[in-house]
Design a protein around this ligand. Structure first.
Ligand code: AMP
Length: 287
């Protein structure tokens, strides 16, 4: 596996691969790999000849009060894990190379980013779409693989790709979970032992919602109320949102059908966790 640290070198490598006729897939990440990231890499490897994993903790998607400095980093371990997955290149550019002096362009999707996580993180998605657009331009991959854990991010990137006629096919990957159901996340590293136990409230809430819907419930308000009760039954937490939305438009849905997704954002201590599931079959296989 090659470790490439500059945009110029990455562009040269991509050019070389194109000349050889190789197909490319990109997996954008912020590192501190877990099985969720590794599954995305494996999926990418099924699609193309060469997988590029970007590892860039993107400052522009963090607000000033958020955890940019504290974000967990483990470069040597990440490199070893990516190499073991057969990744061709780990692309880890410096911040100044991605945002050189004078940088002033933003790629922003409007409506979809005003909902859900966008309400409490108003600048987050513009940071994401700008850096992902840059990565797509640098790598020009045929495919890019994203996790459905960040389903709003995937919906926003899908919109950007459609709106700007970007020549990349997006692939969503199901949420990868710990044995007990907690969705894997680099931010789980922040949780104390007690918080880790309490964090299962998200999984239990999704399970409870699914059971209600399987028993015939189709009223979103009643499901949301039960979900709130389950979340709070595990201990004090700050509920950012409990939303039942159409998975494509992210519009609230008052009744539940197979396009409706239950999305949760909950703060346990200082750690903000998100999770989601489709409540009717045809949705998330992990729930
Ligand atoms: P991150 O490093 O957290 O920015 O995540 C990089 C990519 O991995 C994103 O596309 C995430 O949606 C995806 N990802 C993170 N956690 C999971 C998970 N538990 N299951 C599947 N994909 C995930």
């Amino acid at each position: 596996m090659e470790i490439i640290k500059t945009v110029a070198e990455m562009s040269r490598w991509v050019q070389e691969q194109r000349t050889k006729g190789h197909t490319l897939a990109l997996v954008p990440t912020m590192g501190f790999f877990h099985e969720g990231h590794l599954s995305l890499m494996r999926r990418a490897g099924e699609l193309v000849d060469r997988v590029i994993v970007s590892l860039f903790v993107n400052p522009s998607q963090f607000a000033a009060h958020e955890d940019l400095d504290a974000y967990p980093r483990a470069f040597a371990r990440d490199a070893a894990l990516a190499e073991a997955e057969g990744v061709a290149v780990l692309f880890c550019p410096e911040v100044d190379d991605i945002y050189p002096p004078g940088f002033q362009t933003t790629v922003a999707v409007s409506e979809l980013t005003s909902k859900l996580c966008g309400k409490s993180r108003p600048h987050h998605f513009a940071g994401v779409t700008t850096v992902v657009a840059k990565l797509f331009n640098i790598v020009a991959p045929q495919y890019a693989v994203f996790g459905e854990k960040d389903f709003q991010q995937l919906a926003v990137i899908r919109r950007m790709v459609r709106d700007l006629n970007m020549q990349v096919s997006l692939v969503g990957h199901a949420i990868v979970r710990e044995k007990d159901g907690l969705a894997m996340s680099s931010r789980n590293a922040y949780l104390s032992k007690a918080e880790r136990r309490q964090a299962l409230c998200l999984w239990h809430a999704l399970q409870e919602a699914k059971a209600l819907v399987q028993a015939g419930e189709r009223h979103s308000g009643r499901v949301a109320k039960r979900v709130r009760d389950v979340l709070l039954a595990h201990g004090p937490c700050q509920i950012d949102y409990i939303e039942l939305v159409n998975r494509d438009t992210l519009e609230r849905s008052s009744t539940i059908d197979h396009r409706v997704l239950l999305a949760l954002a909950v703060r346990i201590g200082t750690t903000r966790l998100i999770d989601n599931a489709c409540l009717l079959h045809g949705g998330d296989k992990n729930v």
